[in-house]
Design a protein around this ligand. Structure first.
Ligand code: ADP
Ligand code: PHD
Length: 456
């Protein structure tokens, strides 16, 4: 039994829906299907989830932005008409959006989550209706019925361990099960969404709970590449990558697969196969527990922008017992997550995502650092990018860092930070945000000098 997840680009319009149905019906093992909300039909398009977020922010006591409401309905109208499904479906989508608005109008957080979740929820209902219209036994399963119990953190849900037992019961259901991605229910009875891109997480939980032989993740590209193909021309395609490697790369910018989607399947050792809905014959990339290491130590290079470095200096910091703990306690208190803490004798820097210091938080945090830790100086360096070089083979290879630093010098990037995790499966370089593209291209050239189409 396989679980197949179809991303937003795979269910963006009626033409894509037909491809998806062909894929589902071409393999009887594909029993559970997880769908995203309709995604981009072309590069300038707007995802339905973004339209829903716009709708939520437009709602006030006088009403809402009708143009946005209609743009959302138009996405489903195009699909429903293109597949010649019953018009009643569109009416029920419109009614359900109105119902969410009137129910949560005065609760901003819940309204946002409920509207966001409707993108995948309505798409799962339309997909079910389409499969039924093709004569298939298909059933829509809501996340509540599936048992997707999550923490009550709006926009940031995490699955609770007891969910898996309930999800396992889906194995006994007949026919094709269609499940909306991206959200679950909390014990408090609320709809709670996963972080953005979270339909991958739903697919992974369903695959783990149902003990699938494989989790297929259908998207719009033939494979995972060793570097983001939007940054480097024709990069090497990967046949296989381990969970550990993928977790590091996904967390650091490989947006093709959500990093939090790895944990559920990793625990069960279920392989993921990333495949292309537009070219299902292509073999895709498998994410697996172990892979045979070849002579190439590095498997991928990811990058992500939007970081800053909070730099703190205090004479004799090295002698001050508990300094680091008290600094991190301030961050914890302010709800700030940090990524790295490079340090010297009398200085320490905290690398974090800079949006976390918006809305006056920067001033408050800096004041607290000055007053509570009596530091000599605290300043901020903005617009940083983190580049992650990853590979299981790195721990056995010599000279990885020197190759990287030379490449970064060649690219004209000023290295702001270097960090190597104790796992030795990755190395992180902090560079100026404006130089990240050049830096990634130079790193790619040193680690992948042979421009082969397929690696590994
Ligand atoms: N290393 C990578 N390999 C392949 N695709 C990548 C990589 N990094 C980023 N991407 C981007 O991820 C996209 C697919 O992910 P996503 O937009 O979430 O798809 P979906 O609509 O199927 O959910 C690709 O089209 C590509 O632009
Ligand atoms: N639709 C949600 C969840 C998701 O996973 O979408 P996609 O499969 O299109 O990345 C989002 O845009 O965040």
């Amino acid at each position: 039994m396989k679980v197949a997840k179809f991303g937003g680009s795979s269910v963006a319009n009626a033409v894509q829906y037909k491809k998806v149905a062909n894929i589902i019906l071409s393999d009887a093992e594909r029993k559970a299907v997880v769908v995203s909300a309709p995604g981009k039909r072309h590069s300038d398009d707007v995802k339905t989830t973004d339209l829903l977020i716009n709708l939520a922010t437009s709602i006030n006591e006088n009403g809402y932005d009708e143009a946005v409401f209609n743009a959302i309905l138009d996405r489903y109208k195009e699909i429903i008409e293109g597949l010649t499904l019953d018009d009643e479906l569109l009416k029920s989508i419109s009614d359900s959006l109105q119902e969410i608005i009137s129910l949560y109008r005065y609760d901003e957080e819940r309204l946002l989550d409920a509207l966001k979740s409707s993108g995948e929820d309505n798409n799962a209902k339309v997909m079910t209706a389409y499969l039924v219209s093709l004569g298939q036994k298909a059933t829509y399963i809501s996340p509540k019925e599936a048992g997707l119990i999550v923490t009550d953190e709006p926009g940031n849900a995490q699955i609770l361990p007891e969910a898996y037992e309930k999800v396992a019961e889906l194995r006994n259901r007949e026919g094709i099960l269609v499940i909306p991605g991206f959200f679950g229910y909390s014990y408090q009875g609320h709809i709670v969404t996963f972080p953005r891109g979270g339909s991958d997480i739903t697919g992974s939980i369903i695959a783990a709970g149902m003990n699938a032989v494989e989790y297929e993740n259908f998207t719009d590209i033939d494979s995972i590449y060793c570097v983001n193909p939007n940054m480097v021309k024709n990069p090497c395609a990967l046949k296989e990558i381990t969970y550990r490697e993928m977790r590091e790369l996904a967390y650091s910018g490989f947006s093709i697969f959500h990093d939090e989607a790895l944990q559920p399947i990793f625990q069960k050792g279920i392989p993921v196969c990333v495949k292309n809905t537009n070219h299902p014959e292509a073999k895709g990339t498998r994410i697996v527990l172990e892979r045979e290491l070849n002579e190439e130590p590095v498997i991928g290079i990811a990058s992500d922008a939007g970081f800053c470095s909070v730099n703190i200096t205090k004479y004799l910091m090295n002698r001050e017992l508990g300094f680091g703990r008290r600094l991190l306690a301030i961050l914890e208190d302010e709800g700030i997550l940090y990524e790295h803490t490079p340090s010297g004798i009398d200085n320490l820097s905290i690398i974090l995502r800079e949006h976390q210091l918006d809305n006056g938080k920067e001033e408050r945090v800096f004041n607290r650092i000055r007053q509570e830790l009596l530091v000599d100086n605290v300043n901020i360096e903005r617009n940083l990018a983190m580049i992650m070089v990853v590979g299981e083979g790195m721990k056995h290879a010599v000279g990885i860092a020197s190759k990287a630093t030379q490449a970064l010098v060649d690219s004209g990037s000023n290295i702001k930070m270097i960090n190597q995790g104790s796992s030795e499966v990755s190395m992180v370089f902090g560079v100026d945000g404006d130089s990240v593209n050049r830096a990634v291209n130079c790193l790619y050239n040193v680690y992948f000098p042979v421009q082969e189409k397929t690696f590994q």
